[in-house]
Ligand binder design. Structure first.
Ligand code: SD4
Length: 317
């Protein structure tokens, strides 16, 4: 049953849903709800793949990607490869509200954040250091490189090119290492917002930015059509702008579940085994989700709050 207001987010990040819902219940805007919900995950380091201290890159550093979109004004703020600042979605919102720009990246994004009053601190934790050292000690594979490039890490043996088949076989294990929060919210004023926050992929090549801060890929919102957010293998997914596609399909009147499925199958046509999922909702409060089942392995969980029950509902597809 459809009902508004509404909050939906990827994965079973229940505290984030509750935090966002509380904002809407107290008369806050969809934008505030999305920022608050995603920030809750950043603070709780949801699944180790949101916020500080997770998924270190090849050099051992945790870097963050985030975006927020106001579906009424179509303003967007985003940060990619953000370093040393914990509240990535807060910085994304500052980009939206205090600059003429849409996206800032890397070291310069961190300097901007510091100038805006965000505290600079090391995002490395004992856990992320441990993931990094285990990786150095272990197979030390520079993931997410196709081949030929030498491994720059002196402690690692020379990089052995991987064939595509081997990369595919690794997929199920990788699923655990990427669980971005993507959230969409509809408030009582008819405003729609969407946002994401993640620390990306483990052992990524430094400088790598995923789909999460890319408008139309990680998330999209339009108060005249609906909103969507995606999670999964961003290197593949950002090539297809699945969140934009889902919203555009809903604009034509397509049911949200069908729109999500079509956004996933568009990617699947080219990358049958990609890991990814999407959530979306239209202006009447109908929502849906879809994921690519790699060998039937993946069950995608998401959370919904729309006043139909006291606690957020855990859904899966
Ligand atoms: C990325 N899309 O950086 C993110 C990771 C993710 O579920 O969503 N994992 O590619």
């Amino acid at each position: 049953k459809a009902s508004l207001p509404l909050v939906i987010n990827t994965w079973n990040f229940k505290n984030a849903t509750e935090a966002a819902w509380a904002v809407l219940q107290s008369g806050g805007s969809a934008l505030d709800a999305v920022e608050t919900g995603c920030n809750r995950c950043q603070e709780e380091q949801c699944d180790g793949s949101v916020g500080y201290g997770g998924n270190p890159d090849e050099s051992g550093e945790t870097t963050l990607d985030a975006m927020i979109m106001n579906g009424n004004t179509m303003e967007v703020g985003a940060v990619g490869d953000l370093r040393r600042i914990k509240n990535a979605i807060g910085v994304a919102r500052a980009v939206m509200e205090h600059t003429q720009h849409t996206m800032l990246v890397g070291e310069s994004a961190s300097v901007f954040a510091e100038n805006m009053g965000f505290i600079a601190e090391d995002l490395t934790t004992i856990k992320s250091l441990d993931i990094f050292t285990q990786w150095l000690k272990g197979n030390c594979q520079p993931n997410y490189r196709k081949n030929v490039l030498p491994n720059p890490s002196k402690s690692c043996p020379p990089y052995k090119p991987q064939v595509k088949l081997e990369q595919k076989k690794q997929l199920p294990a990788d699923i655990r290492s990427h669980d971005t929060i993507g959230m969409i919210a509809f408030d009582q004023y008819g405003h729609v917002a969407a946002g994401t926050s993640t620390n990306g992929l483990t052992h990524k090549v430094p400088g790598r930015v995923g789909d999460s801060p890319i408008v139309g890929a990680g998330a999209y919102a339009d108060s005249l059509a609906g909103a969507a957010a995606a999670t999964g293998d961003g290197d593949i997914m950002m090539r297809f702008l699945p969140s934009y596609l889902a919203v555009e399909l809903m604009r034509t009147g397509m049911d949200p579940s069908a729109a999500c499925k079509m956004a996933i199958s568009r990617i699947k046509r080219h990358y049958a085994d990609f890991f990814g999922a999407i959530i979306c909702a239209n202006l009447t409060g109908h929502y849906g989700a879809a994921c690519n089942k790699v060998d039937g392995f993946l069950q995608f969980h998401y959370m919904v709050s729309n006043g139909e029950s006291d606690a957020p509902l855990l859904k899966s597809v």
